[in-house]
Design a protein around this ligand. Structure first.
Ligand code: ASP
Length: 580
């Protein structure tokens, strides 16, 4: 296997008894027992016991006495059966041990900042000493799983005729709705590249350039706040197809997901994945990435409350509710009201049905029999209402729904729920800037028939964008693109871009669209999110070898750092004092 070892530590079994083997790995533990020295030797495949007997291997015993945790060792000897009382049924190698004849220390270790088998180590310490953390089972499992998934995806993409093409990291800018990381360039002081937020425009140019099936495991950079599902840099399975129907793109993604499940020996989700419109999903779940592993759908009561004696209901543009399978106490309702206010609600109306089915609520006296009939719920449940603008009502009830789904253990963890969300709105209203902005990116196709709304009613125009959601996480998005330069120019105008600005920023795209652009569309799947979910992790940092912390730094090397004045001078950059 190598100069140092014949097999991995995790492999010796009873049938190897009698074999002479060399092993190499890390000392996980050392125990001295009445003259005999036992060492647990570990690598990523497992642990094997070394036994050193000073009576027949005096040199090895001298070396063994020096061994401490995480020393790197090389051992040579014979695989022998363990004495019956020493058999360890919990260990795959537990029936045998290596009777050491020669032992050498290949590398020593200082006392460690944490023990490798300690589960409770703080994340900052784990990240600061990531090389130790990587040695542990969790990171070994996650990163190897990640590699398995990436290689299965590559294989499947290539079977499907996709060509792996590289696109630049240093680009003009790719508007994906985040801030760019900017990169100064010595040869052109005062000018900056952006690090690609995605390969979006380049993959479109591949389609125009006649590569009809492109894919790439692409690194993307986005300067946005870091969260459990976000890092500054991440990888996407980025794809683009020429001449596709929307469903062709969705099927390719389903293939990639299926291949990943299969590579991990797991039952893939059944196909086709459910498909629902954005409007439908927002109305039922108040979120465009709903977790479908539990029900608790939002119900509408706007019509039913038009003549309500409860003024808040009667006058609200939308009244909706969710029924929660728990009769909440006063204190719990206070807390939920605080949560609702945080989500933007002015208050939280409720009806509590106790175990006897009796209703308890300050608003019950205002509600008619017909209204109460409409809201009736099982004993031991609570109906929570939101009454306001529809978007706000959705946000509040959607937020409470997912919070309570988690808190009350309603999520059925044994289920995997994939969902395609289709027909997103083309634009979103940006209240701060008082203008329309794109909801996916500005190259997203318009739903046929909605073209006129671009100017006349931007808020109701639908797009050809779609998202893939898994268990409440957005895995990625894509769209059928605009391949007509006239339409593209209209979108830029609707986004408030002057003709000059559009030409300056995206002239090359408009030009390319005028020179034989086929219909095209694609998708990007956030790989770290997907892999985190496959690994059963809640945070993508657990599947990234060297992640940034929530504050945006890299604890291992201490990046980012200031740079030397002469480098700044060469780049023509002056750094202003930090005034935040
Ligand atoms: N470029 C898009 C993104 O990164 C994906 C796509 O539209 O293909 O989200």
């Amino acid at each position: 296997m190598s100069h140092y070892r014949d097999v991995y530590c995790g492999s010796p079994r009873a049938q190897d008894v009698g074999k002479r083997l060399q092993l190499a790995g890390w000392a996980a533990k050392r125990r001295d027992h009445g003259g005999l020295i036992f060492i647990d030797l570990r690598d990523h495949t497992g642990i094997v016991q070394l036994v050193v007997n000073p009576e027949n291997a005096a040199d090895a015993a001298r070396v063994a006495h020096e061994v401490r945790s995480e020393f790197v060792l090389h051992a040579e000897g014979e695989i022998v059966p363990r004495a019956p009382e020493n058999v360890n049924p919990g260990l795959p190698t537990g029936k045998v041990e290596l009777r050491v004849e020669r032992l050498s220390i290949l590398s020593r270790s200082e006392p460690l900042p944490f023990q490798l088998d300690d589960e409770g180590v703080d994340e900052p310490l784990r990240l600061r000493y990531r090389w130790l953390d990587l040695r542990r089972e969790r990171m070994q499992r996650n990163l190897r799983l990640s590699a398995t998934v990436v290689s299965a995806i590559r294989r499947r993409m290539e079977e499907l005729g996709f060509v792996d093409l590289w696109t630049p990291g240093l680009i003009r800018t790719s508007p994906e709705g985040a801030r760019d990381f900017v990169v100064p360039v010595r040869l052109q002081p005062g000018r900056f590249f952006a690090l690609a937020q995605s390969p979006q425009l380049f993959k479109q140019l591949f389609m125009i350039g006649g590569f009809d099936r492109y894919y790439q495991i692409a690194t993307c950079w986005r300067d946005e706040d870091l969260r459990a599902d976000r890092q500054f840099e991440f990888r996407q399975l980025d794809i683009e197809l020429a001449f596709p129907e929307r469903d062709d793109v969705l099927e390719v993604l389903e293939e990639a997901v299926t291949a990943s499940f299969e590579a991990l020996g797991r039952e893939p989700p059944s196909r086709p994945f459910p498909r629902r419109s954005w409007h439908d999903v927002m109305a039922r779940y108040g979120s465009d990435k709903p977790d479908l592993r539990f029900d608790m759908e939002i119900q509408d009561a706007t019509e039913a409350t038009r003549d309500s004696q409860f003024g808040v209901f009667a006058s609200a543009p939308a009244v909706r509710f969710v029924t929660v399978p728990q009769a909440f106490s006063r204190g719990e309702l206070d807390r939920l009201e605080r949560d609702a206010r945080q989500l933007g609600a002015k208050g939280l109306a409720y009806l509590v049905y106790d175990e006897e089915g009796e209703v308890r609520s300050p608003i019950v006296k205002f509600l008619s029999e017909t209204e109460l009939e409409q809201f009736r719920a099982d004993p031991g449940s609570t109906v929570l209402f939101a009454a306001d603008e529809p978007a706000l009502v959705g946000r509040v009830l959607g937020g409470l729904r997912s919070q309570l789904g988690r808190e009350l253990g309603l999520v059925d963890e044994s289920r995997d729920e994939f969902l395609w969300v289709l027909d997103f709105p083309l634009f979103e209203w940006n209240e701060d800037e008082r203008r329309w902005t794109f909801s996916h990116h500005p190259f997203t196709g318009v739903k046929p028939g909605d073209e006129d709304k671009i100017e006349s009613d931007p808020g109701s125009a639908l797009s050809l964008a779609y998202d893939l959601v898994w268990n409440g996480w957005e895995l990625g998005s894509g769209s059928i693109r605009i391949h007509d330069q006239e339409l593209q120019a209209r979108i830029f105008r609707a986004l408030g871009m002057s003709e000059d600005e559009a030409r300056a920023k995206f002239g090359f795209l408009l030009e390319a669209l005028r020179m034989g652009a086929p219909p095209h569309g694609g998708f990007a799947l956030g790989l770290e999110r997907f892999i985190a979910l496959l690994a059963g992790e809640q945070n993508i940092r657990e599947v990234v070898a060297f992640p940034k912390t929530a504050s945006g730094s890299e604890p291992l090397s201490g990046a980012p750092t200031p740079i030397a004045p002469e480098i700044l001078r060469e780049l023509g950059i002056q750094v202003l004092p930090d005034e935040r």
